[in-house]
Ligand binder design. Structure first.
Ligand code: URA
Length: 216
């Protein structure tokens, strides 16, 4: 192993692997990071998962969507938001004038928590450096947190998504807009409540689009 390899290995071991990424080549940086995620054993979730789900999309997106963690379908396929909630998210992204290929979709944790439980604090602590590296590489103009788990684990807070959705927060100077998780919309049992949840989400996304427009 040459000296450079040893330095990079050291950075990886102390959880600062992102320091090695080539800032001028986000796609390569993302691919390198995905490989690192694909070898991760930092928390117990790697033992029960079928596939790592690092996230997917553009390496230079204006918008990043962050969910909480892979569900069963995502775990089976190794891709984020490909179940029923994902179908709804795809429709929302399409209505915003984007596609899966032009935004980035990720999660707080990259391995499925068993039974779709919320990720434990130690699992979030182990996985969050990967999300921070992704954000560092992707340099989005705005981050959308899908639901309370994403919002609170990104910002280290204990907010109510009902109260805070649509408001402007910041993560390391990057604007953050929280909205409902698409699964929340799917859980609504009446036409009226479904329609309200969808409109609320759309109003939040209008704020996201405004931020992108202003930052051009
Ligand atoms: N729910 C999430 O929070 N993330 C996914 O990837 C899928 C469903």
């Amino acid at each position: 192993m040459n000296e450079l390899d040893e330095i990079l290995k050291f950075y990886r071991e102390i959880g600062a692997g992102f320091l090695e990424y080539h800032r001028e080549n986000p796609l390569k940086a993302l691919n390198d990071l995905n490989r690192e995620i694909g070898n991760c054993t930092k928390c117990k979730l790697y033992e029960s998962k079928k596939n790592y789900v690092p996230g997917e999309g553009s390496a230079e997106p204006g918008i990043i969507f962050i969910g909480e963690g892979p569900g069963e379908t995502e775990d089976n396929l190794g891709r984020p938001f490909v179940g029923r909630a994902g179908e709804l998210l795809d429709k929302l992204i399409d209505r915003m004038g984007y596609s899966r290929e032009t935004v980035f979709i990720g999660n707080i944790v990259k391995c499925r928590p068993p039974g779709n439980r919320n990720p434990l604090p130690e699992e979030v602590a182990a996985c969050k450096p990967y999300l921070e590296s992704q954000i560092d590489i992707l340099k989005p103009k705005v981050i959308v947190c899908l639901g309370k788990v994403a919002l609170n684990n990104l910002l280290g807070q204990n907010y109510s998504i009902m109260k805070e959705r649509g408001k402007l927060f910041y993560f390391k100077d990057i604007p953050v807009i929280p909205t409902y998780h698409p699964a929340y919309i799917l859980r609504q049992t009446t036409k009226d409540s479904t329609s309200k949840a969808k409109w609320d989400t759309w109003n939040d996304m209008k704020k996201v689009l405004e931020i992108v427009k202003k930052s051009r």
